[in-house]
Structures are given as structure tokens and as C-alpha cells.
Ligand binder design. Sequence first.
Ligand code: ATP
Ligand code: PAF
Ligand code: BAL
Length: 282
Amino acid sequence: MLVNQTSKLQTKLKKAVNKQQKVGLVPTMGALHSGHLALIGEAQKICEQVVVSIFVNPTQFNNASDLEKYPRNLEQDLAQIQSSYPNVIVFAPEVSEIYGKNVAAEEFDFGSITTFMEGEYRAGHFNGVGTIIKRLFNLVKPDFAFFGEKDFQQLRVIQKLVEITEQPVKVVGCATQREVNGLAKSSRNQRLTEEQKEKAAIIYQALETAKNKFNQSSIAEIKTEIKGIFEAYPEFELEYFEIADVKHLVPTETKQTNTPYRAFIAAFVNEVRLIDNIALNY
Ligand SMILES: Nc1ncnc2c1ncn2[C@@H]1O[C@H](COP(=O)(O)OP(=O)(O)OP(=O)(O)O)[C@@H](O)[C@H]1O
Ligand SMILES: CC(C)(CO)[C@@H](O)C(=O)[O-]
Ligand code: BAL
């Protein structure tokens, strides 16, 4: 069922708490796809009451056109949730319900995990994500909250946010759902043509290449190979390809033993920006 106001949401959640039900939160920006539905499915496994928030959060966008063109389709989102998960509460507030008149992000110190990659290329993005998630956690008071590994850096930011703000929420990371060709499901894929979606499989192919070469090649060699892959596709612009240790998320050129690494990529197809990542050695 759909709720737009925080007061109504809290009334509904009181009932769940009185019944000693576990509450799970799945934050989204809507334009739902099977990646989101997988998160809801994971939430349903361990929580009797699941809340899905649908809110295109303005303070996390560093690019006005990206915010304006972000796909929005509340009717279709509600129909999808209703048909698969009829007991879910959908919280879809207006911007004013969350921010009042002050549409601004709080500042957080997330340390090294936000210094590079998304933190570097989307200035202020993670302060915006931290702001909305802190507010949603305060409103919903979930026992568990579910986030996709597709946005791996974001997942680590949320874990850090919980630590900094001492909110009693367990953060659950969920595996990336992909198209048959390997392209990570993403709401922004809706802005691609069918041909672009097919070609965008090179993002995943680049990550797989990095994974296959990780043991026998240096990071410099892997980076050269990935750049070469993208040179063959002039309509794609590689923004970054990095290999970073999972703990600090600091890109590196040298491999340390007994350290788990992931490869991270961001690329533009025309003006649509896609991201993805893969575990390399764990
Ligand atoms: N392919 C996917 N597999 C698993 N989780 C996903 C996937 N895509 C998104 N998610 C997760 O769903 C949640 C909501 O993400 P969001 O609404 O931004 O969708 P999105 O598809 O990531 O959109 P976009 O990529 O355009 O930002 C986040 O926790 C995100 O990591
Ligand atoms: C977590 C989130 C819903 C916060 O707006 C957003 O960043 C997203 O959809 O990944
Ligand atoms: N899925 C991450 C949210 C964003 O791109 O702003």
C-alpha cells in the first residue's frame, strides 16, 4: 500500500512494532527493475514488515540534467510491487515532506571510502546519500536495511553511516542482478537504446577481463587492457577504471598479499552514466 506522509507511515509501523514484527527497509529511487525486486525478496525472507521507499533524492545529484532525466514511473512501480509483494508498505514522499524548505545535504566524514571513484567524480553525492538514508532510518527505524552491491561504494558508506550515527540497523548487501549479456540492471538503462544496451555489455566484459587477469598481470597491465577494450567503442567514454582494496576503497597500483580487491568502473554512453564492480580475488 502507498503512503506519502511520514505521520501515516509511522502509524502503520507502530502496528508492526506492537506485533513484534521485524521491520526491513529497501531504499530506492524508483523505476524499479529485478535488481530492486531481489532486494525486496531478501528483505521478505527475514522481515515480517517491509518498507520500500521511492524517492528521487535531489541532494545526491551533482548534475541537474541527470536529476531532471532520472526515470520516474510511480504507477508502474506500485503495480510491480503489488503483484509480487502485496504486503509491502511503499513510502513515496514529496521532496518537501523530507526536506521542508531546506533542500540541502548534511556533511559527513566517511573517511577514505568516499575520497575516490564515485566520491571523486560526483562531488557531494555521498553527503546527499548519507542525509536521506539517515532521515529514512530515523523515520522507519528498521531492524534491517538492504542495499545492492552494484553500488558497492554506497553500501560501504551506509555501513559507515550506521557506525558514525550509532543507529541500530543491520545493513545487508545483496548481489548485483544482471541482464543475460552481463550488463548490471540499472534504472538508468531505461535511457539507453536496445543497441546501446547490447554494447554496454563491454562494461561487464571489462570487469571479467580484470578478474581473469588479476593473478598473473600487474594492475598497470590490466588498466592498459581495459582502456584498449573501450577504445574500440567510441560511443562509450570510460570515466574511471580502478582496482581498490575492499576495506579502504583506495585505488592502488600494487597488490598486497591477503588483501581482498574489487575492480570498479564508471562509463558514459552518450550522457548516460553507468557504474559496476566485481570481486577480483575473494
Ligand atoms: N542490478 C542491481 N542488483 C542489485 N541491486 C541493485 C541493482 N541495481 C540497483 N540496486 C540497488 O537498488 C537500490 C536502489 O537503487 P536505485 O534506485 O538507485 O536503482 P539503480 O538501478 O541503482 O539506479 P541507477 O543505477 O540509475 O542509479 C540500491 O541499493 C542499489 O544498489
Ligand atoms: C540509496 C538511495 C535510495 C538513496 O537515495 C540511492 O542512492 C539509490 O537508489 O541507490
Ligand atoms: N544508485 C545510486 C544512486 C545514484 O546514482 O544517485
